[in-house]
Design a binder for this molecule. Structure first.
Ligand SMILES: Nc1ncnc2c1ncn2[C@@H]1O[C@H](COP(=O)(O)OP(=O)(O)OP(=O)(O)O)[C@@H](O)[C@H]1O
Ligand SMILES: [Mg+2]
Length: 241
């Protein structure tokens, strides 16, 4: 499966979702390999998963241009492979076919719309849009929908994931209800990622949530998300969309 993780709004959980959904797919044996590609010039995903590494000589720029090279194997996460980010401008985007059998590719994008986003939106089978359950997050959804409509990406390929969700807060419940009302239950994932201090700590340890806090709600939530997205019944309809 090819997944583009995107939202123009910053700080909504894109990078957290890339790393932990990848780890969840592997731990749940839903994928044999997961390639994480860090398309964000901030390089947060790279910093999070390979904190001690020096500047890599093969990056997402090379990967997208089809230049041969090897992704980095992530310590303690069997099957998790990182295409490191770069802060140099990415020139060519010729999306890569799946390299491995039974593999998933997850691209972590920058909090901005670019020509690359447009190309990769057509390449992706699922466009996963994390968002925060507040009214600014909700207004960003309209802009996202407009962008994807402008470039002809079918709406049925989009999936909205509420992150830092707290069912105790009425504003979060209201935003969720409004989203479902506007987009329909198909596009708004029934799984949410709860607010969790453990999730915000994990990058500081250079670890996914599964290594940092294996009994946390973050593990449960990303496990549920992986199971949901990997459901065979969900995939053909996504592919044909
Ligand atoms: N469910 C959560 N609970 C608590 N903190 C979270 C959660 N998800 C993400 N965070 C924290 O929120 C901050 C922003 O998350 P993240 O970096 O994943 O967002 P992003 O969308 O990738 O940001 P950017 O747009 O800058 O790339 C990080 O410090 C992260 O650890
Ligand atoms: Mg990010």
């Amino acid at each position: 499966m090819r997944v583009l993780i995107h939202n123009q709004k910053g700080g909504v959980g894109k990078t957290t979702t890339a790393a932990n959904l990848g780890a969840a797919l592997l731990r749940g044996r839903l994928a044999r390999h997961v390639v994480l590609a860090d398309l964000d010039p901030q390089m947060h995903l790279t910093a999070m998963l390979t904190p001690a590494r020096s500047t890599p000589d093969w990056t997402v720029s090379d990967w997208l241009a089809g230049r041969p090279g090897q992704p980095v194997a992530i310590e303690g996460e069997k099957g998790l492979l990182l295409v490191p980010g770069t802060d140099a401008p990415v020139q060519n985007v010729a999306p890569q076919p799946d390299t491995f059998k039974k593999s998933w590719t997850l691209i972590d994008s920058a909090p901005a719309w670019s020509d690359h986003t447009a190309v990769l939106s057509h390449w992706a089978e699922i466009i996963l849009c994390p968002l925060e359950p507040d009214f600014l997050g909700l207004s960003g959804v309209s802009r996202l929908l407009m962008r994807f409509a402008e470039i002809g990406v079918p709406r049925a390929r989009l999936r909205f994931l509420l992150c830092r969700y707290s069912a105790r807060l009425s504003v979060h419940r209201d935003v969720r209800a409004k989203l479902v009302e506007r987009l329909g239950p198909e596009l708004v994932l029934p799984v949410t990622v709860r607010s969790s201090v453990r999730l915000s700590e994990a990058p500081g340890f250079g670890q996914t949530i599964f290594r940092h806090a294996p009994a946390s709600t973050g593990c449960a939530d990303y496990t549920a998300l992986a199971r949901l997205l990997a459901r065979p019944a969900a995939q053909p309809s996504l592919r044909s969309a």
